[in-house]
Write a protein that binds this ligand. Structure first.
Ligand code: ZN
Length: 362
């Protein structure tokens, strides 16, 4: 049996870390293509430019576009025209995933990821989730290498809307349970072999940090301040969740999330919010003990993650819509250690919703 673990070349986190960016870029070449979210650029563009020091750069204001093949091709052309040496993804999940795909298509040139929100575990991984221009899940692209550098300035994260940090906790919440499903099924991970003890331990630690520090971290972001609780939750959302999912595997929660993207109703909700709800559905499908499911529902409720379908925008024609979702989950739902059918998924989602509604009625 072979085990393997993959990770970014370097992870840097701290308040004010962006000002030190230049010192980590030494070996990456002269010129950067920066794929930046509009809001990130507006709020932190000057700090980013200062951090780049003597590097040349061309900045693409990515706005709120999707990580789609059309956008990737457009930026690959720009990168070629500008003869860039490396790519920087600056902002949320979409510019980050786009930057990774663009760097890959430019010949696996170095890629630097600077998240301005801690809403997903996208920054550290060697993959991008590709959507259509309309925001419907299309595919996962995997790359030979993880980002060369992931730099998280917690001073920036602290000033972002609390809803993003909470969404990141929802994404991180699934990590431990998806790891357990994959381990039970003895699956290979994204690292191409069996999971390490290290990776399983990281997934457990991720969950422990969320339960212990999640509510305090949310309070810190609401006040725009950096506390040790926020530092720990940012590390859980970005590093532990990222290493955890990639080195253990994803399963029911993410597969159901991807199924939900076929519903227009949920498009106003973030990835992590939907994954947070789908984590409960995965646990219901797995027949986990009430005590554990109650712990997760209680956590979601406390930090403001959804526990019902209504809280992710699904309020009418529920049976027909969830039937459609259950038939749209990608194949990796079979990473679960038992036979999964559309009927089981349907019942699990409605089962999770039922528990959430009863919790709210208490
Ligand atoms: Zn995720």
């Amino acid at each position: 049996m072979t085990i393997s673990l993959i990770s970014p070349g370097r992870y840097v986190q701290g308040e004010g870390a962006l000002k030190d960016l230049g010192k980590y870029l030494e070996s990456f070449g002269k010129k950067a293509l920066v794929v930046a979210s509009g809001s990130g650029l507006k709020a932190w563009g000057e700090e980013l430019k200062a951090g780049l020091k003597d590097k040349e750069y061309v900045i693409d204001n990515f706005g709120g576009k999707e990580c789609s093949q059309i956008q990737i091709n457009r930026l690959v052309e720009l990168g070629k025209q500008e003869a860039v040496d490396f790519v920087i993804g600056f902002g949320g999940g979409k510019p980050i995933d786009t930057a990774k795909a663009v760097a890959h298509k430019l010949g696996n040139i170095p890629v630097v990821i600077i998240p301005t929100i801690a809403a997903t575990d996208a920054p550290t991984s060697a993959l991008s989730v590709i959507y259509t221009e309309e925001g419907v899940y299309e595919a996962v692209w995997t790359f030979p290498n993880n980002p060369n550098l992931v730099l998280v300035d917690t001073g920036i994260i602290a000033k972002s809307p609390a809803r993003f940090l909470v969404a990141g906790m929802g994404d991180a919440l699934a990590t431990k349970f998806e790891a357990e499903a994959n381990f039970q099924a003895n699956n290979d991970t994204n690292a191409g072999a069996k999971a390490t003890v290290t990776a399983r331990t990281l997934a457990n630690l991720c969950y422990e940090i969320l339960l212990e520090y999640g509510p305090m971290a949310k309070a810190a972001v609401e006040e725009g301040i950096v506390t040790p609780a926020l530092e720990q939750v940012v590390e859980a959302n970005v590093l532990l969740s990222g290493l955890g999912f990639e080195n253990n595997g994803v399963a029911g929660a993410h597969a159901m999330h991807d199924g939900f993207t076929v519903l227009e109703d949920v498009h106003g909700y973030y990835h992590g919010e939907k994954v947070g709800f789908c984590t409960i559905a995965q646990l219901v499908m797995e027949g986990r003990p009430a005590e554990l499911i109650e712990e997760v529902i209680n956590f979601n409720y406390t930090v403001g993650l959804p526990i019902t379908l209504a809280q992710i925008g699904v309020t009418e024609d529920i049976p027909a819509k969830i039937k459609k979702v259950s038939e749209s989950v990608p194949d990796y739902v079979h990473n679960e250690p038992f036979e999964v059918t559309a009927k089981k998924i349907y019942d699990a989602i409605l089962g999770a919703d039922a528990l959430g509604r009863r919790f709210l009625e208490q």
